[in-house]
Design a protein. Structure first.
Length: 207
């Protein structure tokens, strides 16, 4: 494909930045840049400021590592949530998916990924030590493992199960084979909600 010639280096710079986003090719990047150019300047500024503010001012909850506008997220700070039940997920999108089901009233723990030796991700790269500390501190009666049903997800489940074994805590996993695809965000809300309600004891889930 021949190199695209741009009438302006400023436009080319904008296209280069847009095309670095996941799923955005150069054609789409050009369309987005030209769209912004057609907007009133205030709209373009609003867009740019939203991105800058997101990056500069976002907090990560000091309890569960969910993204938040404050040091402790709204879920952890909510007095009506059941603090004795903690649902372990890979990422922030999974928290959003489970919250959309409106079937879970406990708290979360966001690992920030799963153990994947192929990608060079070990336990120390994830929020595992802080999960163990939460359980060690007492008050947590059940930990629900809601990780993807991949080999890496299973490896992480087993690792967490072993780490939590010394404590008086029930470890469960969401019903297997219920989620569509390997990521929770692709499961429809009713199915995902049911898989949380029908969770099973971890030790019995792999027999």
């Amino acid at each position: 494909m021949s190199h695209q010639h741009y009438p302006s280096s400023l436009l080319e710079n904008a296209v280069n930045e847009f095309s670095r986003l996941p799923g955005i090719g150069r054609k789409t990047a050009l369309r987005l840049a030209l769209h912004l150019l057609r907007q009133p300047e205030t709209e373009a500024e609003k867009f740019g400021n939203a991105v800058i503010q997101l990056r500069k001012e976002i907090h990560y909850c000091t309890v569960c590592h969910n993204i938040s506008d404050t040091d402790i997220c709204q879920i952890c700070a909510h007095p009506g949530r059941d603090a004795s039940t903690v649902c372990v997920v890979e990422n922030i999108r999974d928290v959003m998916s489970i919250e959309n089901t409106q079937q879970f009233r406990g708290l979360y723990h966001v690992l920030g990924g799963i153990i994947s030796p192929m990608d060079g991700i070990g336990p120390s790269d994830l929020q595992i030590a802080s999960l163990v500390e939460r359980v060690r501190a007492g008050g947590v009666k059940e930990v629900i493992l809601a990780l993807s049903t991949t080999m890496e997800g299973d490896t992480t489940n087993f690792y967490l199960f072993r780490k939590l074994a010394p404590f008086e805590v029930k470890v469960t996993t969401i019903a297997r084979g219920v989620a569509v695809g390997d990521e929770l965000e692709y499961a429809d809300e009713v199915t995902l909600g049911r898989s949380i309600l029908n969770r099973v004891e971890f030790s019995n889930s792999y027999k």
